[in-house]
Structure formats: C-alpha cells, structure tokens
Design a protein around this ligand. Structure first.
Ligand code: NAP
Length: 342
C-alpha cells in the first residue's frame, strides 16, 4: 500500500489516497522494511501543494502524483545479499532519499546505508521523526563550519528556534558546549530553555536588529525575510551563517529555470555581500536537505546514549493521513506521524 498524494496548488486541493502499490525486487545492497511509522515534515505539506516541483523533477520527484515522506521506522522483512548490518526481523529506523517513492508506504526498499538498527528501548515514533530534520541541521552546521571540536563556548543564534530544526539545534549545540540564543515565538520560549538554550528572545516583542552583533554563527530556520537581520548578528571574526528558508525552489517554481535561477543568484550574492561587509571570512550557505551517512551515525549514537527529543503532537493512521498534513501545515512546533493500520 502507498499513500499517493495528488499534488494541489492554486485552486486545486491536494488529495491523499491509501491505495495498493506494486512490490518490487530488492537490489543487492537494499533492505526491505515493513513500515510501522513514518513522519510528516513541513516539506511534505509544501510538496503536496506543488512546491519544489521543478527542481525536484531532477530527482524524479516532480510529478502530479507523489508518494511523499523521508523518515520511517519498521521491521526488516528481507535484505539483499550484500547487506550485513541488519537482518529480517530487526527493528530499524531510516531515511528514504527524496525521489518519486517516499516513506509514506507500507513497505520501503532502501539502500542499506540509510537504515540503522533501532536501539533496545527506543520507541519507533521517537526515531522516525529525526532523520530528515536532523540531517538538514547537520548540513547547516557543517556549512557554517561548526563541529564537535570547535563548538564549545561559541555563541550561536538560532532563528525559528521553536520549530523542529530549532529544537534539534538547541539540543545538539548545547551538547557540544555552545551557548545558544534561541529566537522564537513567545509560546516556544519555555520549550527552548528546557532543551538547553542559554537565552531566549521573543520575536514578537524584540526586533532582531536590536540584538547585539556578537555571534560566532547564525542559523536561520524562521523566514527568508529575516535573513539579513539574522546574519547581521555575526561579529567580525565569525564562522558563518546558514539558512534553510531560502528562495531557491520557490523562485524556480514561479519564474522557471533561467529567470528563477538568475533571481536566486542575485539574492544569494546580495546577501553574501552584506555578510562579507560584516564578517569578511564568514561562510554563507543556503542549506538543502541531502542524505548524509555521518548524520545517520550521529543520530544513532544519540539514540544509544542521550536521545534527541522531538515531541510528537499528532498520530494518525496512513489511511487517515489528512489530519497529519493539516497539523504540520498549521505550523505546530510538534511533529505528526503516520502509523500503519492494524
Ligand atoms: N531547504 C531544505 O532542504 C529544508 C529542509 C528542512 C526544513 N526546511 C525549512 O526550514 C524551516 C524550518 O523547518 P522546521 O522543520 O523546523 O519547521 P517547523 O517545525 O514548522 O518550524 C518552523 C518554526 O519557524 C518559526 N516561525 C514561523 N513563522 C515565523 C516567522 N514569520 N518568523 C520567524 N520564525 C517563524 C516557528 O517557531 P517559533 O514559534 O519558535 O517562532 C515555527 O515553529 C521550514 O520552513 C522548512 O520547510 C528546509
């Protein structure tokens, strides 16, 4: 079975149908997993409305009918002859790279490098909400040049801190010993402090431009309109700034490859120019999700020692997925998951 999303956009509403799907043969290095839980991320809701269709068509994921989803947890039912680290019957979690066939299915076939054994005592739901979001965070941290060996006592500003990326950033950076200033809506303040933020700034009452420019790194997970003000918080010797909320996919959707691509280049150059004037050696990055083995390993080590936490605010069955998409589309700071019908 697969949750097929008929992509909406404009006046056309999206539709989600839980329908029979064909089984395919496993490749040598693949794992077949019976999916028990899959998460719904903001990208799924956006793609269901047509976002990213032009760029993602390069990955075969730009059609009008898509199976969405990147994250899953479940039970291995078959492994290819080259797979050694998991066996049939194992409980696992994993990632489906963005493509035409996502994780919103009763069964996924994925290269074994995107699957890890679920540590004893870990709930499937707790692991299934992490891969896509943590991998994106991992890439943003890498892009700004922050890592385990240089992060201690660095000051990092996280914008959009109440969301899933922000919550993971606070937890991960504070484990590395960084000082995190979390910029969030007032309702998220207590959550950000509890997760380890050193300081919380309510974006409803304080302007970003009024904050001191004393950060070693800045991460924008909030909104592109704030990018200049977020990177304006860097000091002259800062490491860098990364944003996940850039106009790359949107401009190319709206204006086409050439005009959209040129608009992106102009905006990227303008913003990097602003940053160079403030912090000449700092890196400037538009972060895009891409599967990453090191990020998978980092999630696994956290599950084995000190699990990262992303609260799940909504569970529903695959065959009743609309409410999960609605929950995420409403911008709740908690994730939604789809669970297999029993
Ligand atoms: N480029 C990529 O490949 C990629 C990958 C993953 C995610 N993303 C994008 O990155 C963003 C964050 O992802 P996420 O998973 O953390 O999403 P999320 O869980 O929906 O959180 C987004 C958070 O942004 C904050 N926010 C909302 N409106 C805002 C505004 N106008 N100004 C400032 N902050 C605002 C809210 O937090 P507060 O209540 O705390 O303010 C909200 O919880 C999303 O837009 C997502 O689509 C991009």
């Amino acid at each position: 079975m697969a949750l097929v999303c008929r992509v909406g956009g404009g006046a056309a509403p999206r539709s989600l149908r839980w329908v029979p799907a064909q089984r395919r043969t496993l490749k040598l290095d693949e794992v077949r997993v019976q999916v028990c839980v899959a998460s719904v991320n903001p990208i799924d809701v956006k793609r269901a409305a047509g976002y990213g269709r032009k760029v993602l068509s390069l990955l075969g994921a730009g059609g009008r009918e898509l199976v969405l989803g990147n994250d899953f947890a479940g039970v291995v039912t078959e492994v290819g002859p080259n797979v050694l680290h998991v066996s049939p019957g194992d409980r696992v979690w994993g990632l489906v790279p963005t493509g035409p066939q996502g994780a919103h299915r009763s069964e996924v076939c994925v290269p074994s490098r995107w699957v890890r054994p679920l540590p004893a005592g870990t709930l499937m739901v707790s692991a299934a909400v992490l891969p896509y979001t943590f991998t994106t965070l991992w890439r943003a941290l890498k892009a700004v040049g922050l890592h385990q060996h240089n992060a201690a006592s660095k000051h990092v500003l996280v914008h959009g801190a109440g969301g899933a990326l922000g919550q993971l950033a606070i937890q991960w950076l504070s484990r590395w010993g960084a000082r995190v200033t979390a910029v969030c809506g007032g309702a998220s303040a207590a959550r950000c402090l509890a997760l380890g933020a050193t300081q919380v700034v309510d974006r409803g009452t304080t302007r970003l431009s009024d904050l001191p420019s004393d950060c070693d790194a800045t991460l924008n997970f909030g909104t592109w309109a704030d990018d200049a003000d977020v990177l304006g918080r860097l000091h002259a010797g800062a490491l860098g700034h990364a944003t996940t909320v850039h106009p790359l996919l949107g401009h190319i959707d709206d204006r086409g490859w050439l005009t959209g691509g040129l608009a992106c280049l102009r905006e990227w150059q303008a913003m990097r120019g602003r940053q160079r004037a403030i912090a000449p050696k700092a890196r400037y990055a538009w972060t895009v999700f891409k599967p990453d083995v090191d990020a998978m390993d980092a999630i696994q080590s956290s599950l084995l020692s000190q699990p990262l936490v992303l609260e799940v605010g909504h569970h529903t069955r695959f065959d009743q997925a609309e409410s999960a998409f609605a929950h995420v589309g409403q911008g709740h700071p908690t994730r939604a998951v789809l669970v297999a019908p029993t």
